[in-house]
Design a protein around this ligand. Sequence first.
Ligand code: NAP
Length: 348
Amino acid sequence: MKNYVNWAILAPGRIANSMATAMNGIKDGKLPGINGDKIHLYAVASRNLERAKEFADKWYFEKAYGSYEELYNDPEVDAVYIANPHAFHLDSVLGCLNGGKHVLCEKPAGCSRDQLDKMTSLAREKNLFFMEAMWTAFNPCIREIKKEIAAGTIGNIINIDSRFCNRNPYDSDDRNYDPRQAGGALLDLGIYNIYFAMMLADFSPITAESSAVRMLKGVDAWNSVNLTFENGIVTSFQDAMDVPSTTGTHDAVIYGTKGFITVENFFCTQKADVHVYKNTWGSDNEVVREIREPFAVNGYEYECAHATEFILNGRTESDVHTFKKSEDLIDMMDTLRKDWNFKYPFED
Ligand SMILES: NC(=O)c1ccc[n+]([C@@H]2O[C@H](COP(=O)([O-])OP(=O)(O)OC[C@H]3O[C@@H](n4cnc5c(N)ncnc54)[C@H](OP(=O)(O)O)[C@@H]3O)[C@@H](O)[C@H]2O)c1
């Protein structure tokens, strides 16, 4: 039996460079707990052969293909990391699964529950590994934050606030401003706010109330949402493409009955402070733990190592970022879009 995975990357754009950095880091032995030899940098496929060759040379992949179909048809490819804009994930995921490849697909895997269901059904039918690449789920600092919460350091969680706001330059070709590519803040950034809230509130059923949404160039440029969980936790978040983060970071605060945790860049955090109130009333507090968990490479190595190990062990679904979690995420985004009466052109 093979003791390594021949990885391929489909669509060598911005995020693919980050994953390639992580894969090279694992190969070079920078991530403790996984033997770098388990990862083979096998192939890259782009719609443009030159782009594929350039990327393959830069990141030490053996093969370069000028079409995705060549990748689907190469029997040596074991697993594919899919990194094109969301609207094209469905075609690419189905192409890979039909070609017998395991799949790690960038978030959001599907633009709707219907799209996600087509992916998970085919993965089940073909008995192949499939996971949405929600890297936050594998973040070591988040693991430590969860430990503090489970230990009761901040008491019971009552509120979670998070913000993922950027002010991007306008570019009509950029996927973020293109409704045909399922652009907009919700699917690109809001997904992290929703994931963070659901992860801490145990993915229990919720009600969603979007206090506002601002549309720009046919996509949601800003939205503000409150979620209420069955266990009483209330969360509020904002995500934006046209509003800068005032603090320069993308912070979250988890408020409990006995204290709170401040989380820097919550979706890719390496730094969180655990505060405990000094008295029963009032906001006086002290920092009881500074959580510092620097990435072994750049943060993408954890999900890649997880997928690699699961594939090698013949597992078809992650036990961390399960199908159910992807379903809960997309259901929430579908609900919000329905409230906003917002459809992508390909949904008409
Ligand atoms: N996990 C994270 O931290 C993170 C961060 C950023 C993005 N993402 C996710 O990763 C995905 C890609 O984002 P990105 O910013 O990397 O995208 P991108 O750079 O705009 O595009 C990635 C690649 O997709 C293909 N592509 C671009 N525009 C296309 C179009 N109009 N039609 C068909 N194919 C097109 C191109 O590959 P070819 O060379 O094959 O043409 C391009 O190089 C998105 O789903 C996004 O949500 C995740």
